[in-house]
Design a protein around this ligand. Structure first.
Ligand code: NAP
Length: 315
């Protein structure tokens, strides 16, 4: 093993995660891909594995700085920050952390639906401000159980969301590239057809260039004035300008969002809206799940450095 085989990349790693990695192998740290070129050539020449966390782009130019690099182990299931094609061309393996976070992200999606429809943020303010005692009841809200829901992307997380909403007696529709085996859920070949059929549109797609703007202006319009968009995937999967237009004009009823373009400096138009529930990209952000993600990332690096098959390979 080279003297320092591991580079920990990302200021998003918390101290516990960094300690766990650096106590497993001799390691160096860099806050993001942009800082890699400043690392000493001798250090770079020994790096075999990179533990990556964050959303800053990691491309072929950065990979070329590490002649012995064999694996990029991503912390998170979504690896859209990493140029996987560039890694494959260079025979570099990419791994992610699937499944262990699906429950948490699905929980948050359902929570966003309920919080938006049942006006829970407003309800909290009504109590906390003392207005309840002065003004009495709030305006009535909207029922979630039994509603019609469309899932965009019935992958691991999408299916967990659908399973939860089936228990809410919702009518489940979905859009994915091919029809799946389901307990009778309705498949739509395109997202406009899906949006036309449902009231809640829940986006659970992968991010990256292939799905950029997948939920189009036309699809948002097709949802109609009772429509609510829930997005726990990536900000890039929806036409964000069109979403903002529809939220401002009342063309749709509202949104529950965990992800945005330009995080964390999101479009200020979102901050003026009363019909949204906004979360700071915290879908997988529980103590339990973040620990499981860190363990899976570490298991992938261990496997690679010990010459064993990667646990959760992407490419
Ligand atoms: P997954 O199992 O791979 O499912 C991804 C879905 O995306 C599948 O339904 C797949 O459709 C669809 N898809 C992939 N490429 C596509 C393309 N080119 N065009 C159309 N559809 C495409 O992934 P997952 O584990 O459910 O995770 C989904 C995403 O959730 C992640 O990639 C990440 O961006 C996001 N996420 C967010 C958080 C958060 O904190 N908010 C946390 C974790 C993950 P097919 O079924 O047709 O293949």
């Amino acid at each position: 093993m080279s003297e320092t085989p591991l580079l920990i990349c990302g200021d998003a790693f918390n101290p516990e995660e960094r300690d766990r990695l650096s106590s497993a192998w001799p390691s160096a740290f860099v806050s993001g891909p942009a800082g890699m070129a400043d690392l000493d050539l001798g250090l770079r020449s020994g790096i075999k594995a990179i533990a990556f966390k964050g959303h800053k782009p990691f491309g072929g130019d950065e990979m070329d700085l590490f002649p012995r690099l064999g694996v990029i182990a991503n912390y998170g299931v979504g690896y859209d920050a990493i140029d996987v094609a560039a890694a494959s061309t260079r025979s570099i393996g990419v791994t992610n952390t699937p499944d262990v976070l699906s429950d948490d992200v699905a929980d948050l999606a359902v929570a966003l639906m309920v919080a938006q429809a049942r006006t829970m943020i407003r309800g909290h303010a009504h109590v906390a401000s003392g207005r309840w005692a002065q003004e009495g009841e709030m305006p009535l809200s909207r029922k979630v159980s039994g509603s019609t829901v469309g899932i965009v992307g019935l992958g691991r997380i999408g299916r967990e969301i659908a399973d939860r909403l089936a228990a809410f007696k919702c009518e489940i529709h979905y859009n994915s590239r091919s029809e799946k085996e389901t307990p009778g859920w309705t498949w739509h070949g395109d997202v406009v057809s899906l949006a036309t059929a449902v009231d809640f549109l829940v986006i659970a797609l992968v991010g990256g260039p292939a799905t950029k703007g997948y939920v189009t202006r036309e699809a948002i319009q097709a949802l109609g004035p009772r429509g609510v968009v829930i997005n726990i995937s990536r900000g890039s999967t929806i036409d964000e300008g069109a979403l903002l237009d529809a939220l401002e004009s009342g063309a749709i009823a509202g949104a529950g969002l965990d992800v945005y373009e330009n995080e964390p400096n999101i479009d200020p138009r979102f901050l003026k809206l009363a019909n949204v529930v906004l979360q700071p990209h915290q879908g997988s952000g529980t103590v339990e799940t973040r620990r499981a993600m860190a363990e899976l990332q570490l298991a992938n690096i261990s496997a690679f450095l010990e010459g064993k098959p990667l646990v959760t390979p992407v490419n």
